[in-house]
Design a protein around this ligand. Structure first.
Ligand SMILES: NC(=O)c1ccc[n+]([C@@H]2O[C@H](COP(=O)([O-])OP(=O)(O)OC[C@H]3O[C@@H](n4cnc5c(N)ncnc54)[C@H](O)[C@@H]3O)[C@@H](O)[C@H]2O)c1
Length: 338
């Protein structure tokens, strides 16, 4: 792809917590420009006065204007991602789709098929891949120094209670949220897939300990599986933890050593004990996205915008492409269908 030789023009759909981060990161990037914001709520409710661009209440209204736009960033509730992605692609726009790309494999496939048909790019958002411990462990695994992977355990124990699942919110609704693995823990499933590849022979059990009045789905699960490339893994997760997040960690037991990455959003290497290897000093990880009482995943969205601008100017390849976005949706769908 050749360079655009001008700023990349972005619109953002969904101006909540994360949509505002997209707007801010687009505004801060010297090679990009925000041209419109879209949200079903009225503008005064959204706290977006810092962005003096045209505002629309629907994607259709926006796409019917002659405002020039290259990329639409979709940061609406999960259940709208696929439908809005299809509309933007149909209008020949590139898209950045917040996680998850869709709530089922069939919809994610439709988005990819449409993107191929209209020859536009789909960027999935998995910004935890940019955190220093993620970059480091990816390199370590690809170097082969760990040898064969025996066991991988992901523990994701977070607090999400009535302060988060408000009755008016899309969170907790099956059709808009999709479930705990889609909304809370898809980043960790993405990291696991990125490092170790696909999983098979999935077994598990789910429970709803304290979310009966708050969500339409389980709050906890123990899931175990084999990696297609060898070794076995487990994903233990819960949003039923009292008061505050407890941990997000990944423990790797391999032929030549063991590694544990922990912290609230896998931001710290806690153990690295690997044969003939000395752990380098890593840069600090950006703090988590702030949700009032909650911490979410790392605040790395500026890398996502940099990647879009780099790709559209022909300098880079996509960090998280649509096929990977689809794969995470498909893995979660398979876990939920056991
Ligand atoms: N990458 C990450 O780390 C990360 C973190 C949190 C959330 N997310 C994702 O970002 C998306 C938004 O999450 P959030 O926490 O910002 O939610 P939010 O509730 O704070 O914001 C969602 C916004 O979308 C608007 N909206 C609802 N329906 C719409 C529609 N049909 N068209 C346009 N706008 C609509 C709402 O009015 C609201 O302003 C979700 O898909 C979520 O999974 C990603």
């Amino acid at each position: 792809m050749t360079a655009l030789n001008r700023k990349v023009k972005f619109a953002v759909i969904g101006c909540g917590h994360i949509g505002k981060r997209h707007a801010e990161m687009v505004t801060r990037n010297e090679e990009s420009e925000l041209v419109a914001l879209i949200d079903v709520k009225d503008k005064p409710q959204l706290g977006i006065d810092a962005y003096p661009v045209p505002f629309f209440n629907s994607i259709d209204e926006f796409l019917a204007t002659d405002i020039e736009v290259d990329v639409v960033n979709i940061a609406s509730p999960n259940g709208f991602h696929a439908e809005q992605a299809m509309k933007c692609l149909e209008a020949r726009k590139h898209i950045v789709v917040e996680k998850p790309m869709a709530l089922n494999k069939k919809d994610a496939e439709k988005v990819i098929f449409k993107a191929l048909q209209v020859h536009r790019q789909v960027f999935a958002v998995m910004q935890n891949r940019y955190s220093p411990p993620s970059v480091w462990i990816k390199e370590l695994i690809e170097s082969g120094k760990l040898g064969k992977i025996y066991m991988v355990q992901l523990n994701c124990y977070w607090n999400r209670d009535a302060r988060y699942y408000k009755p008016e919110s899309w969170h907790g609704k099956k059709d808009l949220d999709g479930g705990t693995l889609f909304t809370q823990f898809s980043h960790f499933i993405d990291i696991m897939y990125w490092l170790f590849g696909d999983i098979t022979n999935i077994q598990g059990k789910f429970n709803d300990f304290n979310h009966q009045q708050l969500t339409d789905f389980e709050d906890s699960g123990f899931v175990s599986f084999d990696f297609v490339n060898g070794g076995m893994g487990a994903l233990n997760y819960s949003t039923a933890v009292w008061n505050q997040n407890l941990e997000s960690s990944m423990t790797i037991i391999a032929e030549n050593g063991s590694v544990k990455i922990g912290g609230q959003y896998m931001d710290k290497v806690e153990v690295c004990n690997v044969k003939d290897y000395e752990m380098p000093e890593l840069a600090p990880t950006n703090p988590g996205n702030d949700y009032g009482a909650y911490k979410g995943s790392a605040a790395n969205h500026h890398y996502v915008i940099e990647n879009v601008v780099g790709v559209l100017n022909g300098r880079e390849t996509i960090t998280t492409n649509a096929l990977e976005g689809l794969k995470i949706v498909e893995i979660i769908e398979r876990i939920y269908s056991i």
